[in-house]
Design a binder for this molecule. Structure first.
Ligand SMILES: CC(C)(COP(=O)(O)OP(=O)(O)OC[C@H]1O[C@@H](n2cnc3c(N)ncnc32)[C@H](O)[C@@H]1OP(=O)(O)O)[C@@H](O)C(=O)NCCC(=O)NCCS
Length: 166
């Protein structure tokens, strides 16, 4: 993800996270730490062949711990493995940052995302009460140890190719 991706990313962000969408400034701030020798962030976009944004994801590294900051796929593209490809990319980045663990928070009512993370071997380790505001929704905290060797995901079908590239 580069600064010129932020406008289309914001459109998708506001559609997928209407209650707590990140601001333009938050994406700028994340990208400011994504380049150069001291980089602590890894952000990626997925586009179709015409260059239309289909998804994006970001990871933050701190010492030997990494956090999945965000992962999102345009609803029309759900169920084709793009979320899996984005997560695979983040885990590669966590390995490159030499992180031993990857953590994330996910809404307790977001079962689709939880299934994605479980397929990669993330395990629930706790709950943060009222983490998502407004709405006072709890967050499930999940952890993956050894991101260099995640559980191989097993899609339900293999007939359809993912619609984009990361
Ligand atoms: C969560 C999210 C990123 C998943 O993205 P996705 O592209 O649908 O993810 P995948 O396609 O890799 O996996 C979803 C399902 O498709 C299946 N699938 C994967 N590859 C497939 C393929 N090639 N063909 C058919 N189905 C496939 C998976 O098995 C999975 O099935 P399951 O839900 O029954 O386990 C997406 O739903 C999203 O953006 N949600 C809104 C934002 C959000 O909640 N983000 C997470 C915040 S913590």
């Amino acid at each position: 993800m580069r600064w010129w991706d932020i406008d289309p990313v914001l459109v998708l962000e506001r559609t997928l996270f209407p209650d707590d969408a990140w601001s333009r400034g938050m994406f700028w701030s994340e990208l400011a730490h994504a380049r150069g020798p001291g980089a602590t962030r890894h952000y990626v976009v997925a586009e179709d062949a015409e260059g239309t944004l289909l998804g994006y994801a970001g990871l933050a590294a701190s010492g030997d711990l990494a956090d999945v900051q965000t992962i999102a796929v345009s609803e029309a593209a759900w169920g084709h493995g793009l979320g899996s490809r984005l997560l695979t990319d983040l885990l590669r980045a966590a390995t490159a940052f030499e992180c031993a663990e990857v953590m994330l928070e996910v809404r307790v009512d977001n079962l689709r995302a939880q299934r994605l993370y479980e397929r990669y071997g993330f395990q629930p380790i706790g709950v943060r009460r009222g983490y998502y505001q407004p709405g006072n929704v709890d967050a499930l905290v999940m952890r993956l140890t050894d991101p260099a060797n995640p559980v191989a995901p097993t899609p339900r079908t293999s007939e359809s190719e993912p619609p984009g590239h990361v």
